[in-house]
Each structure stands twice: as structure tokens, then as C-alpha cells.
Design a protein around this ligand. Structure first.
Ligand code: GCU
Length: 520
């Protein structure tokens, strides 16, 4: 078993453990070039320049500089990619592609070297056709796959976007596999982006062919275009995973055609969908607002989560859409997205995300950074075209005392109000009287809800799986049997089942016990 194969198997096993569900479909095995285990992050000039005159090596060097100086590299942006119109219309006498000397007077290798010198990676573009898409008729790689792949490798290219124009009607799988094989033979690891616009359902065949595939036609810098891409791409969650991603096209954040709320929705949904985060604006000109969107590390962490699960849609009602994404540590990301023209309340619940039952959850709003707790309901008033994005974490798992085992003479009572669930454990008034729970780790903290209506503490020994881990722990007076409080102890519980027992060390027996909260 190769290293990559083992990694994939381990990741799949982890995915099962974390989601608690069984995969309904075995995904096609991924392209085993080891690249893009998380979605690519970087830049491509197309959305800002197309083939206009400002697409030059000066611009691309400037972007690489800004990646470093403005903290984008530190935030994870790595690839600095160029798009169509970098070449001359004719190959040279050897049949090689020639960089346009007006745009790239030092050539592509010098530019790649410059980008590498910044600790970044460099990407290039061509088409799986006789020519690229531009009317000037720049040469494509159809029939020249190995020669072009070798040239790119010799220049130090790390990423190829392979377009679909002028494909002569040749079968898409044949064309894209030919370049996959040529890249593999080039001797250089090159991430491979299939830009076939979703025309032949690449999600059904491209996992073993490319590292990502476009699921849609080209994006443009307006709400209607952006949200349409999301609507198509969000139905393809089952096909995405480490090394093989759905690609709803590059980012428009910063290009000026959408509101700040719309750009936050764009960035939120791309992160939820584990989409490539390829910046498409000229970073030399964009506002601080756009930088703050692009550098939101909480949102980036959703996109780059190592589990590599694309969000699924939990509900979609008249343009009010709830997405949930399973994260590697068991958390869930939840997006409440309003595609309508009016403010609306959008709601879901912790249980709908499959996170597992707990007595409380933490919700972090990844745009405002506000943190609050909830017993399970997740709801927000969401302005038109905005998205509220949360990271949902499980607080504690509660084990009620009415589900515990009691030593002889103990009873489950309900005569003192204020308890949780349906009752509390009233252990016998005797030394050695105990209350015992079966719980699941991992955990680090045990919290006991209790009442002690006497004036004297009721000490117990706390044991885990038969070993006392805390002796004579006092449960002080709460002043009344209807006044409930908590006692907590830090106890390291490994993953898996455990028996927690409280054993009275005095003739008074234990306090009345309401529940045990087991916290991660
Ligand atoms: C009272 C009280 C019980 C409690 C007991 C005790 O009887 O009503 O709930 O368990 O005292 O001292 O343990």
C-alpha cells in the first residue's frame, strides 16, 4: 500500500469516526499525485484583467509581493497563477510555446523563480484544445500535451489550469487524461485544475484525473452569477474530498460589483463548499474591507479543514438556505444564507447537523467573532444577500442521575424541585453507598449537579473504571434540598466507555445527585 493510499484510507476512517455516519457511496479513488489535500488557495489574474494590457509580469510580481507584505501568505494563500494571453500566437521552431515578450519580458521561468523566491508557488494556463479561448488564437495543448507539460515543468510550474476551448469535439475524458499523464511524466509535481465548465459532469469521472474540476461556467462579478454558481455546486458535496475538489470558479471579492455582505456570502459559501480560494481581484488596488474578508482566518479554516468534507444543504426554503459542514475535530460549520431580497429569520438546530447530543453548545459567529452558548437552537435574523456563519462546538454530554445505577437503598426521587431531567439520585445514608454512571470519553472534566440541604459537606471518592481518582471530594451544603449547585473535577478520560462511581465516605451518604456532565 502506497503512502498516499494509506493516508487516504486513514482519512476515510477518520471521516467515518468524526461524522458517525456510514458513507452511502464509495468515491472514485483520487488522483494520487499527493497534491491539494486541502483546496488550493492563491491568486489568478483572470477575473480582474482578462487579457487587458495590465496583465504583465509587473502585476504578477506585485501580487506575490502583496501576498507576503499583507499577510496573505501567512493566511494560507500559496499559488500565484496566470491565466490566458501569456503566450505568443505561434509556437517556436521547436514547437514550444513562447511567452509574450511585451507582457513577460523576462520570460515565465524568471517569473516563476521570483514567485518561488517569496516562498510561494506558481501556476499557468492553457487549453485542452487547438487554441485557448482568446480570439487572438493562442496555441492550446491538444496534441502537444507532453511537450507543453515538459516545458511547464522546466519553468518550475506548480499548477496548471487546463481550459476547454477549441476542443475539436474530442472526448473530454480522453483530453483531460492525456494531460494528467503528461504532467505525471514531466517529473515535476503539478497540481491539475480541470476547467471543463461542468459540461460532461466531471464530478462523476475526474477524481482520478485532476485535483479539482470546474462544476459551472465562468463566474462574473455580480450577485446573480455568484449565487447561481453556489446553487449548482452545493449539490455535489459527495464528490469532493482531499485531493479532488469541486470548483465553482474563482473569487470575485474585491472587484467592486457586489456589496460587502454579498462578498462575505461569496467567501462564506466557498469556504463551506471546500472550494478553491483563488483571489481574482488586483490586490494592488483593493480596499481594506476586501482584505479583511480574504484574511478571515476562521472562515479560511473551514475551507482548509483537513477532513475535506464539502458542506451539505440541511434545508432550503424559498431562498433561505442552511448549510452544514463536518469538521475534523467533530465541530460543525453552519451557514444561514439569505438569497432573498428581504431580511429573514433562518433557523436550524444542533441536532440537525449531526453533532451529537450535548447539554450545551458553543456558537462562534465567524464574521462578528461573537461567542454564545445554546442548548441546541441555532437561529439568526439575516439581512438580504447576507450569510451568518457559525462554528458549532459541543459543550458537554449530560448523563442524568435517573439513568445511573445506585447501591442498595438508593432511590430516584423528584420531590425537591429544580433538578434537570425527570429526577435525581438519593443515595442511601451509609458509608460505601454509591451512584454510578456509564459514560463515553474522551473528556477532561466531570461536573456533578447536586443539592445538599444539610449544613455539613457530603464527601465522596470519585472512581474511574474502579480506580479512585479523587478521594474525599466534598459536596458542600447548598442551603436547601431545592438549591442545586455543581462540583467539578479535572479527570482525563480516554476515548471509549468508562464507569464513573461516587462512593460516600461518611455515614451521611452522598448528596442528592442530579446529573453528570462530561466535557471535552
Ligand atoms: C432528606 C431529603 C432527601 C435527602 C436526605 C439526606 O430526607 O428529603 O432528599 O436525600 O434528606 O439527608 O440524604
Amino acid at each position: 500500500m502506497s503512502f498516499l493510499r494509506r493516508t487516504a484510507v486513514a482519512a476515510a476512517a477518520f471521516a467515518l469516526a468524526a461524522s458517525g455516519t456510514v458513507l452511502s457511496q464509495t468515491p472514485a479513488s483520487a488522483l494520487e499525485n499527493g497534491l491539494l489535500r486541502t483546496p488550493p488557495m492563491g491568486f489568478n489574474n483572470w477575473n480582474s484583467t482578462q487579457c487587458k494590457a495590465d496583465f504583465t509580469e509587473t502585476m504578477i510580481r506585485g501580487i506575490a509581493d502583496i501576498f507576503v507584505s499583507k499577510g496573505l501568505k501567512d493566511a494560507g494563500y500559496t499559488y500565484v497563477n496566470i491565466d490566458d494571453c501569456w503566450a505568443l500566437p505561434d509556437r517556436d521552431a521547436k514547437g514550444d510555446l513562447v511567452p509574450d515578450p511585451a507582457r513577460f519580458p523576462h520570460g515565465i521561468k524568471a517569473l516563476a523563480d521570483y514567485v518561488h523566491g517569496k516562498g510561494l508557488k506558481f501556476g499557468i494556463y492553457t487549453s485542452a484544445g487547438t487554441h485557448t479561448c482568446n480570439k487572438a488564437g493562442f496555441p492550446g495543448a491538444l496534441g502537444h500535451e507532453q511537450q507543453d507539460a515538459n516545458l511547464f515543468a522546466s519553468w518550475g510550474v506548480d499548477y496548471l489550469k487546463y481550459d476547454n476551448c477549441n476542443n475539436q469535439g474530442v472526448d473530454a475524458q480522453q483530453r483531460y487524461k492525456a494531460m494528467r499523464d503528461a504532467l505525471a511524466k514531466s517529473g515535476r509535481p503539478i497540481a491539475y485544475s480541470i476547467c471543463e465548465w461542468g459540461q460532461n459532469k466531471p464530478w462523476t469521472w475526474a477524481a482520478p484525473v485532476g485535483n479539482l474540476w470546474r462544476s459551472t461556467g465562468d463566474i462574473s462579478d455580480k450577485w446573480s452569477s455568484m449565487i447561481a454558481k453556489a446553487q449548482t455546486n452545493r449539490g455535489l458535496a459527495q464528490y469532493a474530498g482531499p485531493g479532488h475538489w469541486n470548483d465553482p470558479d474563482m473569487l470575485e471579492v474585491g472587484n467592486g460589483g457586489m456589496t460587502a455582505a454579498e462578498y462575505r456570502t461569496h467567501f462564506s459559501l466557498w469556504a463551506m463548499m471546500a472550494a478553491p480560494l483563488l483571489i481574482g481581484s488586483d490586490l494592488r488596488k483593493v480596499s481594506d474591507d476586501s482584505f479583511s474578508i480574504l484574511k478571515n482566518t476562521d472562515v479560511i479554516a473551514l475551507d482548509q479543514d483537513p477532513l475535506g468534507k464539502q458542506a451539505t444543504v440541511l434545508s432550503s426554503n424559498g431562498g433561505l438556505v442552511v448549510y452544514s459542514k463536518v469538521l475534523a475535530n467533530g465541530d460543525r460549520a453552519v451557514a444561514l444564507s439569505n438569497e432573498t431580497t428581504a431580511t429573514a429569520t433562518i433557523s436550524t438546530s444542533a441536532s440537525a447537523t449531526g453533532i451529537g447530543s450535548a447539554s450545551s453548545y458553543t456558537l462562534k459567529d465567524l464574521w462578528t467573532k461573537a461567542i454564545r452558548t445554546t442548548s441546541g437552537s441555532i437561529s439568526a435574523s439575516v439581512p438580504s444577500h447576507a450569510t451568518v456563519l457559525y462554528r458549532l462546538s459541543s459543550g458537554a454530554s449530560r448523563y442524568e442521575a435517573e439513568s445511573a445505577s445506585l447501591s442498595a437503598g438508593g432511590t430516584i426521587d423528584s420531590n425537591h424541585a429544580g433538578f434537570s431531567g425527570t429526577g435525581f439520585a438519593n443515595g442511601a445514608n451509609a458509608i460505601g453507598s454509591y451512584v454510578e454512571w456509564q459514560v463515553s470519553g474522551p473528556a477532561s472534566t466531570l461536573t456533578f449537579g447536586y443539592a445538599n440541604g444539610t449544613t455539613t459537606a457530603r464527601p465522596v471518592d470519585i472512581s474511574v473504571d474502579g480506580t479512585v481518582v479523587a478521594a474525599g471530594v466534598p459536596f458542600p451544603s447548598t442551603g436547601a434540598w431545592t438549591t442545586w449547585s455543581t462540583v467539578s473535577r479535572t479527570v482525563a478520560l480516554a476515548a471509549g466507555p468508562h464507569t464513573i462511581r461516587l462512593t460516600a465516605t461518611t455515614a451521611d451518604g452522598p448528596a442528592n445527585l442530579d446529573y453528570l456532565d462530561v466535557s471535552p
